[in-house]
Design a protein around this ligand. Structure first.
Ligand code: NDP
Ligand code: BG6
Length: 505
């Protein structure tokens, strides 16, 4: 693999949770894998007053606790590359940061190439790039400059457009990397490979053979310490606007002309542009929202959402959302897409399920409409893999048919290490590869699609927010989104090959 050019990596928000849990541990993995350039330094910045050594000591603990690379023997060598500069977004502090950067560059003979990673509260996503530009730290005469922006990119369409236009005053699109960590997941990228490297799937991948598509992204945890953030977000903004729609983009896109970033991103954008707008008055029929209630899971009492830290006791924030929608283009005309996501569901699972049409004529005895319909399950996490369900003869007299599994598990390739999503995305940003980052048009189209839902929920108090016991599959009402009477959502289990309400979670 290519080594990136020599550069400085600056993390704003370096005293925060994401830095300690994901960013620095991922950069350590790149270091151990010898994927960092020879000349490299990482500068952390936040309001907290740390010295270089205090920051190094915090990051040592972070790598030991959260590092995904099993080799921890090189932490001390890595820590020598780390520095810290207090920064509070004032004019004085950006000047001090600039001076520290200059000194580090000179001291370590590093060129002007720089990645600025914004892992701060979203309110600073325009302030910090503006501040960098005010002291020319965006200028590329002495080397490339990139700014990586964490999610959420805006709160709605208007704020996303506003943020974008503020950024565009001082930076150009090629310098802006909008992160969506789902795109960094190996198994999300495998969607492309499964579709476009197998001659058997692509001919069937359309309205003629596919009955409907289902995407689930469930989490068993609640909002944990992030109640304050989640209150201003909810499931739709937190998961659907970005992660789930990106998964839909990869599932539904046309074959790109190459694997160049622009070719892939153009096709994803076309999918987003083809999403049939949901009218505000239809929201109550096509979208179900829910909120988890207190419950007992495996003998343990768990809090309801409204009892979580940082959450309003009367909160109407949705922790669950399910949507039925259509993609109006030649490939997908008339095929319903169902997506659902939620916290405090029975298990952590993300998967895409392609439900194929039934056979045109039922030759064998079948109990119901789609007892033996073929399904292709692409499991993004956990027990990553691909499962095909096919009808087979039940042994014995007659021609009874049962659904059986053909499955591939990524763990069968166990000799190959799967990089974490952040490791992959950070490495790509260092190398200037934007394939797995969201372009501004994609982000805006995603917001455009969600705005009628957000507006309807805000304006029409008669749209129910269904309570459901934590640890269950969300509001029962969500079942009625799937119109065929014999069909329901798949009930995925921890293991890819199992499903059903009673399997191991
Ligand atoms: P934290 O609240 O833990 O960290 C925020 C960081 O920003 C801290 O280092 C804080 O440090 C710094 N900060 C806050 N205000 C200022 C300021 N005025 N000037 C300079 N620095 C400031 O948040 P997270 O680390 O959890 O999240 C960071 C971003 O990443 C958020 O936008 C979040 O939405 C996003 N994200 C987080 C995920 C996660 O799992 N944590 C997952 C996906 C996205 P100090 O107080 O020292 O200034
Ligand atoms: C983040 C959301 O973007 O994704 C979190 O803000 C969510 O609320 C997380 O828990 C899920 O990511 P993953 O990789 O655990 O599926």
């Amino acid at each position: 693999m290519n080594k990136p050019d020599d550069h400085m990596f600056v993390i704003f928000g370096a005293s925060g949770d994401l830095t300690k849990r994901k960013l620095v541990p991922s950069i350590y993995s790149l270091f151990v894998l010898d994927l960092l350039p020879k000349k490299f330094a990482l500068l952390g910045a936040a309001r907290s007053e740390y010295s270089d050594d205090e920051f190094r000591s915090n990051m040592k603990d972070a790598i030991n606790e959260f590092g995904e690379h099993e080799d921890k023997s090189r932490i001390d060598d890595f820590l020598n590359l780390l520095y810290y500069q207090p920064y509070d977004s004032s004019e004085d502090s950006i000047n001090k940061l600039k001076k520290k950067l200059d000194d580090l560059r000179k001291g370590n003979s590093i060129s002007g190439n720089t990645v600025y990673y914004l892992s701060t509260p979203p309110s600073l996503y325009s302030t910090i790039p503006q501040s960098l530009a005010s002291v020319d730290l965006n200028k590329e005469e002495d080397g490339w400059k990139k700014v990586v922006i964490e999610k959420p990119f805006g709160y709605d369409l208007e704020s996303a457009q506003e943020l974008n236009s503020k950024l565009m005053k001082d930076w150009h699109e090629d310098q802006i990397y909008r992160i969506d960590h789902y795109l960094g997941k190996e198994t999300v990228q495998n969607l492309l490979v499964t579709r476009f490297s197998n001659g058997i799937f692509e001919p069937l991948w359309n309205r003629n053979f596919i009955h409907h598509v289902e995407v689930t992204s469930a989490e068993s945890i609640g909002v944990e310490e992030r109640g304050g953030y989640y209150e201003s977000s909810g499931a739709l903004r937190d998961m659907v606007q970005n992660h789930l729609l990106q998964v839909i983009g990869l599932t539904a896109m046309e074959p790109p002309s190459s694997v160049e970033p622009a070719a892939i991103r153009n096709e994803i954008l076309k999918v987003f542009q083809s999403l049939r707008p949901i009218k505000e008055e239809d929201v109550k029929n096509c979208v179900i929202r829910g909120q988890y209630l207190s419950s007992t899971i495996k003998g343990e009492k768990v809090k309801g959402y409204r009892e979580e830290k940082g959450v309003d006791p009367d909160s109407s924030t949705e922790t669950y959302a399910a949507i039925k929608f259509y993609i109006d283009n030649w490939r997908w005309g008339g095929v319903p897409f169902y997506i659902r996501t939620g916290k405090r569901l029975p298990t952590r699972v993300t998967e895409v399920v392609i439900h194929f049409r039934p056979t045109p004529h039922f030759l064998f005895q079948q109990e119901d409409f789609c007892n033996t319909c073929n399904q292709l399950v692409i499991r993004i996490q956990p027990d990553e893999g691909v499962l095909l369900k096919i009808g087979m003869k039940t042994p014995g007299a007659g021609f009874d048919v049962q659904n059986v599994n053909m499955d591939f598990h990524y763990s069968d390739l166990s000799e190959q290490r799967i990089p974490s999503a952040y490791e992959r995305l950070i490495y790509d940003a260092m190398n200037g590869d934007t394939t797995l980052y969201a372009r501004s048009e994609e982000v805006m189209e995603a917001w455009k699609f969600l705005m009628p839902i957000l507006n309807a929920w805000k304006n029409d108090s008669s749209i129910p927010l269904y309570g459901f016991p934590a640890g269950t599959w969300g509001p029962e009402k969500a079942d009625s989104l799937i119109e065929e009477p014999e069909m329901t959502w798949r009930y995925p289990c921890k293991n890819l090959s199992d499903d059903g309400i009673y399997c191991e979670l």
